[in-house]
Design a protein around this ligand. Structure first.
Ligand SMILES: CC(=O)SCCNC(=O)CCNC(=O)[C@H](O)C(C)(C)COP(=O)(O)OP(=O)(O)OC[C@H]1O[C@@H](n2cnc3c(N)ncnc32)[C@H](O)[C@@H]1OP(=O)(O)O
Ligand SMILES: CC(C)C(=O)C(=O)O
Length: 564
């Protein structure tokens, strides 16, 4: 690196907490969720949402089950003000949902905020000021008492206006930039605000401790939260909330550790939209709980619609690898993963336990409205398991293991050359072309008939007419069944060794659509083994077709070798 980080950056000072308890804690319930999509998410957008997009997102949040929704910063923009008014005037706030609004601890902004809330039955007024050492120095030029005074004055005005309105006001205070704030000062300023709001265990206020900028590893945030919880006065009168950002890419982990450390409420956004690298992603948090057998209390069961809605409202894409939501997160291309998933899904089908246990899939795609279709996709990294899975899923083929291996090799050659994915449809076309279709130069069975041999029991004579290079050829063979007799006839006709070493068959479909598949493994005269596949409404003809499929494939191979 041309820049020397050892002189340019300072490491974060760890929290002095030697008897930390959070590492032994287990998350056993969902926190209170608060969406800040319409505020923190919106303020970070290239094109902030207008009323129509905000409404669409708001409705989705309500449908998902959010009970606390920060709908904006009404004093900051007319759109935010109008949006709050729209919800209130059109009675769009369900009884069990509380609107939340953000405001800086500044008089004119607080007054305007209360105007925006007129007529609302209940609302959370979320007031903040920055408290970090850096912001105190470079933004405000104030010492600790000066910063406390901003908070106290703002809180006092809010408390007074709350007493004058019919709206039930719930109080929330954020020492913004908490992660860069000395912990004793964070407690001091929060307690100063508590002195104004006078929360009680019956009417708790929210203390929101944001990781405004994620500055250290998640364990440090957990230490900060535990330290705060252990030192703040009247702990039972406050709800400890966290509001993590994702600057280091560890917001989800930091939030989970913060919950272990005593936080009870989480503010975040869908898919982690928000300032810079975003707010913590509430969908990931919720589904992480879901996979631990904990009801998250948020409905994420229609992920495709949530993604579409979010992309429309934010005009930002959801990454294809976004946890639980991305297009590729349930997809395995690599062979060993496909094999294990395939076996896991089969075991799930066979077992009645209902407990989800599929390798490489921490969650059932169906839980989030995804199908199994995208689970296995084929490219050059794929193996027989994936290929067999798709052909069984889409075409009902029950390919024997050896055929799976052989066909996977055929597919691999194609994908290696194209360096591209092949679709399920293309895969089937390759299979049909390789095993079922007639190609120029192939031998075709025109007709056949079997008769019991008059000289021995269980022995049949098979007479057949083949078409070979446009000419009919009559052949005859004997054997202990039609298959055996047909092989005998071909052996004589072609003058080469030919032996069936493996055979399986299955029916597919019912009634008029029923047909059979036959799979044969043949040993050619030179000892090579290869498969043939036959399909027909009649099982005997399907097996004869399978033999010809193997013979034709062998002949094509010989022709290719001769041409090289
Ligand atoms: C971490 C977060 O996400 S916090 C939320 C941030 N969201 C937003 O800022 C979006 C909406 N904000 C806005 O539209 C505007 O910033 C407004 C309307 C709130 C205020 O606008 P302006 O008055 O023009 O101030 P602006 O934001 O440009 O500048 C900040 C000023 O407010 C002061 N200030 C910032 N926060 C606070 C606070 N909590 N209490 C008192 N003063 C504050 C700053 O010191 C600065 O003062 P200065 O002009 O004397 O230097
Ligand atoms: C207002 C506060 C909670 C905030 O958005 C932040 O710190 O990121």
């Amino acid at each position: 690196m041309p820049v020397d980080p050892t002189t340019k950056y300072k490491p974060f000072t760890p929290v002095a907490l030697t008897d930390r308890r959070w590492p032994s804690a287990v998350i056993d319930r969902a926190p209170i969720w608060a969406s800040v999509d319409l505020r923190d998410g919106n303020q970070a957008l290239i094109e902030p949402m207008g009323i129509e997009r905000k409404l669409r997102l708001y409705k989705a949040l309500v449908e998902m089950g959010f009970k606390e929704i920060e709908v904006g910063f009404p004093a900051a923009s007319q759109t935010d003000f109008d949006f709050a008014r729209h919800l209130i005037e059109n009675d769009m706030v369900p009884e069990d949902v509380t609107l939340q609004v953000l405001v800086q601890a500044r008089e004119h902004l607080i007054r305007r905020t209360f105007e925006a809330l007129r007529g609302a039955p209940r609302a959370i007024v979320h007031v903040y000021n920055s408290t970090s050492t850096l912001q105190r120095r470079v933004v405000f030029g104030l010492d600790r008492p000066g910063i406390i005074e901003i908070a106290r004055e703002g809180a006092t005005l809010i408390h007074r206006l709350a007493a004058e309105t019919d709206t039930e006001i719930l109080y929330q205070y954020s020492p913004e930039s908490f992660t860069g704030t000395e912990l004793d000062f964070a407690v001091e300023i929060c307690e100063a605000v508590m002195d104004v709001f006078e929360p009680t265990p019956d009417k708790r206020m929210i203390l929101n401790l944001p990781s405004t900028v994620e500055m250290a590893t998640p364990n440090v945030y957990a230490d900060q939260i535990e330290w705060f919880c252990r030192h703040v006065r009247n702990r039972d009168s406050v709800i400890i909330s966290v509001h993590p950002h994702n600057d280091r890419g560890t917001a989800v982990g930091a939030t989970e550790l913060a919950l272990m450390a005593g936080a009870e409420r989480v503010e975040g956004t869908l898919f982690g939209n928000g300032e810079r690298t975003g707010n913590v992603d509430l969908i990931t948090l919720a589904l992480n709980l879901h996979t631990q057998g904990i009801d998250p209390g948020l409905d994420c069961s229609n992920m495709p619609d949530l993604v579409t809605m979010s992309e429309y409202c934010t005009r930002l894409p959801v990454h294809p690898r976004h946890p639980y939501a991305g297009e590729l997160v349930f997809t395995a291309f690599s062979g060993s993963h496909q094999d294990a998933i395939n076996k896991g899904l089969r075991a799930m089908r066979q077992s009645n336990s209902g407990v989800w246990e599929v390798p490489y899939l921490p969650i059932d795609p169906a839980d989030v409205g995804r199908t199994y279709e995208a689970v296995i996709r084929i490219n050059s990294q794929s193996g027989k398991g994936g290929v067999a899975h798709i052909l069984e899923r889409d075409q009902g083929l029950q390919m024997p293991r050896g055929l799976q291996m052989e066909f996977a090799g055929v597919v691999q050659q194609i994908t290696d050359e194209s360096e591209a994915e092949i679709t399920a449809r293309h895969l089937w076309e390759i299979f049909e072309r390789e095993y079922l279709a007639v190609r120029p130069g192939d031998i075709v069975l025109k007709e056949y008939r079997t008769v019991p041999d008059t000289h021995a029991t269980d022995v049949r004579v098979l007479d057949a007419v083949l078409v070979e290079t446009d000419e009919d050829r009559a052949i005859r063979g004997t054997g202990n069944g039609p298959l055996d007799a047909f092989v005998d006839a071909l052996r004589r006709h072609l003058g080469t060794g030919l032996e069936v070493v493996g055979y399986s068959e299955h029916a597919l479909g019912v009634g008029a659509n029923a047909h059979a598949y036959a799979y044969v493994e043949m040993k050619a005269g030179d000892g090579t083994l290869l498969y043939g596949v036959g399909r027909h409404t009649n099982i005997v003809q399907a097996s004869l077709n399978a033999i010809l499929s193997a013979v034709n494939r062998s002949r094509r191979g010989q022709a290719r070798a001769a041409a090289e």
